[in-house]
Design a protein around this ligand. Structure first.
Ligand code: GDP
Ligand code: MN
Ligand code: MN
Ligand code: MN
Length: 257
């Protein structure tokens, strides 16, 4: 497997067509059957998902959240930011000492994934509204340039519970399944695997994020070549529903029988 950055992409502006910009630069590095990862930051910029704190009214709930966070942090917290997080979310899972929410498309992350870095001229960069739709648009755009079958993964950098450090995850994908289902396969002792569903879009996102970096590098798009999904069954389930998520149930204080 080989990972190569798409080089020389410009600062992305609202309305920019990422597929065009990438196709113009990828050349022979990109081929049918490859996977292209694109950082959500540039997808959002192209979709005009910037915002400014002044756009947000302050609801009572946002004020309360900001007050609590400010008290715990011992520094000012802008209630308009809490309002922005609430507006991007369908559920608040943790309200202190930070905001952990579920976004409209099912991804759970801190502050609804709203970014305050790499956003010139604006205060905030919201996540794409429907990242899998964004991935599909980029895939279709690449097909118009003759790249007939390129799977696309939209990534974001996220923290994770229980471990220090952040890493890339997939928040949207198109043209490939999200997971490889190993259930029913056998281990080396002939024992049948009962639970393992390998989240390949997350694993590819994490690998690509090594190339992307986190700072001023300017390499939001990465081509993954010489990699194949293989013969296993695929699944598109990535985000757990509450009924299927014991950690969320524990957070809600559900009692198990
Ligand atoms: P996130 O992980 O999606 O939140 O994105 P990051 O802020 O970590 O940025 C990922 C990569 O994209 C880094 O290499 C940034 O330097 C780069 N980047 C961010 N915005 C732009 C842009 O508008 N144009 C280009 N060429 N690179 C960008
Ligand atoms: Mn981000
Ligand atoms: Mn990042
Ligand atoms: Mn193992």
């Amino acid at each position: 497997m080989e990972l190569s950055p798409v080089t020389d992409l410009p600062e992305i502006r609202p309305g920019d067509d990422l597929a065009d910009l990438i196709a113009d630069r990828a050349g022979d590095d990109l081929a049918d059957g490859d996977v292209l990862t694109v950082a959500s930051t540039v997808v959002s910029k192209g979709e005009g998902r910037t915002a400014d704190l002044t756009e947000y009214p302050i609801s009572g709930r946002a004020q309360d959240l900001a007050d609590t966070l400010a008290e715990l942090a011992g520094e000012e917290k802008d209630p308009r930011f809490a309002q922005a997080v609430l507006e991007e979310s369908t559920e608040l899972l943790i309200d202190a000492p930070f905001l952990l929410t579920e976004t409209r498309f099912g991804h759970i992350c801190v502050n609804a994934g709203i970014d305050r870095s790499n956003v010139p001229e604006h205060d905030l960069l919201l996540l794409p509204e429907r990242p899998s739709k964004s991935a599909a648009r980029i895939r279709d755009g690449l097909a118009e340039h003759g790249y007939e079958d390129v799977a696309v993964i939209v990534t974001d950098t996220c923290g994770r519970p229980f471990r220090h450090g952040q890493r890339g995850v997939a928040i949207g994908w198109d043209g490939m399944p999200a997971s490889r289902d190993w259930r029913g396969e056998q281990d080396r002792d002939g024992r049948e695997l009962g639970v393992t569903v390998q989240s390949v879009v997350d694993e590819l996102a994490a690998a690509a994020n090594l190339v992307t970096g986190e700072g001023a590098g300017g390499t939001p798009a990465v081509v993954v070549s010489d990699w194949a999904f293989g013969d296993l069954a695929g699944s598109d389930e990535l985000f757990r529903s509450v009924e299927d998520d014991l950690i969320r149930q524990a957070l809600r204080g559900w009692e198990w029988e």
